[in-house]
Structure formats: structure tokens, C-alpha cells
Design a protein around this ligand. Sequence first.
Ligand code: BTN
Length: 243
Amino acid sequence: MPPIIYIPETSSTNTYLKEMICNQEVEEGTIIATHHQLAGRGQKGSSWEAEKGKNLTFSLLLKPDFVPIMEQFIISQMVSLAIHDVLSQYTSDVAIKWPNDIYWREKKICGILIENILGEEKIDNCIVGIGLNVNQEEFLSSAPNPISLKQITNQDYDLETMLTFIQLKMLRCYKALSDGRGEEIVKGYKSYLYRKDGYHLYADGEQNIEARIADIQSTGYLVLETLEGEIRTFAFKEVKYVM
Ligand code: BTN
């Protein structure tokens, strides 16, 4: 297996891995992990809270040169599905909230920040950053709805064992993708979607809309069908889930 390299302390494992690949050859599947991430980065320019020594904060390197740039969302789907499947070994009620948050019931247990370094026509390097709340018991930041595995199950977990398990699962799912079994990934992703069934409230920036998830396109766009039967398509950031 590719190495899992532990850095005692770093600002962000995504930034660390990005700098590393500029300076040396790094094997695909390598993971950079830290027990103390000082300035974890989240989606939409947010920060990621993780108490020292309590959670998994790591970045995995992929080189998916077989994935067309227009279809890069399949990587988000693959990563979400792998994390979903690992967490489902520890607890039930895990779901994937479009595009790539991992939820337990109505709360966020894992965040994913994927940063692609594009070549002329392909993805040269893909940095998959994952923050998984494992043993933390209290969250202090303004993040709206965090939860950890310990808060769900009342147990502590060995972080290094869990990370080895995640690396294995992730590389298996990635192999399925590179072997041309992307359809299985898409099917799995869609079947575990948060709010997969029924009508729920969303906000499109101007107003709340009651709608159901009709599809997720291969571009990553969310397709909603409103109560009135109107089909609307949204990119990430164009629509919010009203909780
Ligand atoms: C989100 O906002 O949901 C994404 C959070 C991603 C956090 C992880 S922690 C490891 C990696 N390094 C970072 O700086 N961010 C990601």
C-alpha cells in the first residue's frame, strides 16, 4: 500500500501535499495526515475545526488522468461513497449530502475538500482533503451542525486503524473507477443521498422552494423538481438546503 505519512502539526494537509508534489515525486494513493491541523480549509473559503489529536484530518493524492475534466464530479462521488461505506461499518443513518458532505441524520460528520490540479486536457493531480470527526466531544466554531462518531456511539476509536481502513476502501473504489465501473459508483452515490426521497425545503437565493431531488447530473449539478412540477438545475452554491 502507498504510505500514510503523519506530520505532527501543519496548517493544512491539503496545502502540505500540494507543496510536496511540486518538489518531489509522490506515489498515487499516498496520504498526508496530521493530529494537529492549525488552519484547516473548508469549502467556500470556510475553515475546518478539528481538536488536536481527536479527529482524522488528512489528504490523499490521486492522479486520475483517465477522468475527463468535464466529468471530474465522479471523483467527488467516489470519495463520498467510500467514506459513506466506511462510516456505515461504525453506525447506521449515514448519508451523502450533495455534493460531498457526509451526514449522520441531520448533522455533518465529515467534510471533503477536493482540489484538482489540471493539465491541458486532464487532471494531473487531485488532492482529496478529508476532515472526519471521530473522538471530539464538543465543537466550538460556528459550524452549524457538527457531530462526531463518539457523540453518536459513545465510544473512542483508534485513529490510525481507521485511517488505514479508509485508505484501503478509497483505493478499492478508485480502482473500480479506473476499471471503467463508474456506473456502480454513481448508483451507490445516488442510493445513499441525504433527502433522496420526498419533498423538502431549499432556498435558491430569492425564496424557499419545496422540491424533491430528481437527479444529480454527471457535471455535478443538482436537479430539483418543485411541488408545481417545475424542473430546476443548480450548481453548488446556487442553492441551499433549508434545515
Ligand atoms: C468542508 O468544508 O466541508 C470541507 C472540509 C475539509 C477539511 C479537510 S481536513 C484535511 C484537509 N485539509 C484541509 O485544509 N482541509 C481538508
